[in-house]
Design a binder for this molecule. Structure first.
Ligand code: ZN
Length: 477
């Protein structure tokens, strides 16, 4: 059977308004033999990324189950695997799925929302007037649909691995299971955590600690993982940090925390503890090679050295930093020190192409130097550095097309108008590519979107319900 033929049938038989997503994902498995699949992607321009990026024209890639089994010339692999289902890339780029190392699905309903009163004039006001009001209104169905709309968006933009940071203070217990279920239905790969904070009182803080512990203990499956979430220094007491460290150490996991996003975090830490944020977190035992510190905008050279010495991962979120006007993280300096800096979106659209473009632009302006932050550096952050972070949670290689890696693959419908080679690929990406060109998204060998048509999620139904729920959330706020 030619793989190319099935979506047309699927669209008639299985994507109708009556079928639930679960129904048609089961049926999809039956139609394509996904229980025991080998799929051959042919006629693609393979962009392997990884430590040594390669560009192979007329390339083919064999997927066996959830992993990449072989890479080679189309003719050669077609001859070797005549029985495999063929997915003809028709000359498109075949790339590893993109990754987002810091996001907040729970923020999805903020899109287009009008805030009453004066517009927030600084970061603490943004937190208090927007995010800490929104998160408190979320019920269990809101949590589910906030996640689902982000997952639809991620599939559409070819973002296949996401590290989410969740808050719903009035629905803490079990909230990560709701998100995990949505991720599972979508077919994406995600690492989840609950953002522990003292901002809603000691009881909610305790619930957050327990939710992380419970989820990390219970999470299962090749595409799901958990880590220990913490909000930020400015909303965490010494006691709560100590408790979190004890729990995380027992579970042998690290943390996912916001660090020095705004000056307010630094001022709070200096005032209460006489330490800058990174110093405080290091003293508390939060930092280390399994820990992700998002932002790190307001840190000094001494703190950068601490991040390097502890092997802590940093995640840069340029669109968010610009939107909140918190400042420009000195990412070039962090990279020069050898710190692993990945890329996240902090709840912006799950279009990592745009996040890369923004990274490329921001640091040139920030340093007033057009040589700052080459596209090759940006791509390394998004691919290699994000893969290092993702591989804290997922066993097989990610972010590269290599034998043995997870078959997380995207097809990008990009027609270069100037010569394209391995050396200038990052500049083609930054100047010419975007998420809307992703035609096909595959995760763990399973096709989630084919020719822009979603196969696991019912996008229309999800968006319709999301609009209804968002309206109610806005009214409650
Ligand atoms: Zn964040």
């Amino acid at each position: 059977m030619i793989f190319e033929d099935f979506p047309r049938n699927i669209s008639v038989d299985l994507l109708g308004p009556s079928g639930s997503p679960a129904d048609y994902s089961r049926a999809l498995g039956a139609h394509t033999g996904l229980e025991d699949p080998t799929m051959l992607i042919t006629n693609g321009t393979m962009v392997t990324l990884g430590e040594e990026n390669q560009l192979l024209r007329d390339g083919a890639l064999l997927v066996d189950g959830s992993r990449i089994a072989a890479l080679g010339a189309t003719d050669e692999l077609l001859m070797k695997h005549p029985d495999a289902d063929v997915l003809d890339a028709q000359g498109k780029l075949v790339m590893p799925g993109l990754m987002c190392s810091h996001t907040h699905f729970y923020g999805a309903f903020a899109r287009g929302m009008a805030l009453k009163g004066e517009p927030p004039s600084n970061f603490p006001e943004i937190l208090e007037h927007l995010w800490w009001r929104l998160d408190k209104t979320l019920n269990r169905e809101d949590v589910r649909y906030s996640a689902l709309v982000c997952l639809v968006d991620a599939i559409r933009n070819g973002t296949t691995t996401l590290l989410d940071h969740h808050a719903s203070p009035n629905e803490v217990a079990g909230s990560l299971d709701i998100i995990a279920e949505a991720v599972d239905e979508a077919g994406l790969r995600a690492c989840l955590c609950y953002e522990v904070s003292d901002r809603d009182g000691p009881e909610v803080a305790q619930q957050g600690l327990r939710e992380n512990e419970r989820f990390i203990t219970e999470v299962s499956g090749e595409r799901l993982a958990g880590t220990f979430g913490l909000h930020a220094s400015l909303t965490l007491s010494e006691e709560t940090l100590a408790q979190a460290v004890e729990m995380a150490n027992a579970l042998e996991v690290g943390f996912h925390i916001h660090a020095a996003e705004d000056k307010a975090d630094v001022n709070d830490s200096l005032k209460k503890y006489g330490l800058r944020v990174v110093e405080r977190l290091e003293k508390a035992g939060i930092l280390g090679p399994k820990t992700i510190a998002a932002h790190c905008v307001h840190i000094d050279a001494f703190e950068m050295d601490i991040l390097r010495e502890t092997g802590t991962n940093v995640v840069h979120n340029p669109r968010s930093n610009m939107n909140n006007a918190v400042g420009v993280a000195d990412v070039p300096a962090l990279l020069r020190r050898g710190i692993n800096v990945g890329l996240g979106n902090d709840g912006f659209s799950n279009n990592m192409f745009t996040e890369m473009e923004t990274t490329y632009l921001l640091h040139k302006l920030g340093q007033k130097d057009p040589r700052a932050m080459g596209a090759d550096q940006v791509l390394r952050m998004a691919a290699t550095n994000n893969a290092r972070i993702a591989n804290l949670f997922f066993e097989r290689p990610l972010g590269q097309l290599v034998e043995g890696a997870y078959a997380d693959i995207i097809l990008v419908d990009y027609v270069p108008t100037t010569p394209l080679d391995v050396g200038n690929f990052p500049w083609h990406l930054v100047f010419g590519m975007n998420g809307g060109q992703v035609s096909t998204t595959i995760v763990g060998g399973k096709v989630l979107m084919k020719d822009r048509q979603l196969l696991t999620l019912d996008e229309e139904a999800i968006c319709a319900r999301s609009r209804e729920l968002a309206q109610k959330v806005w009214a409650r706020m």
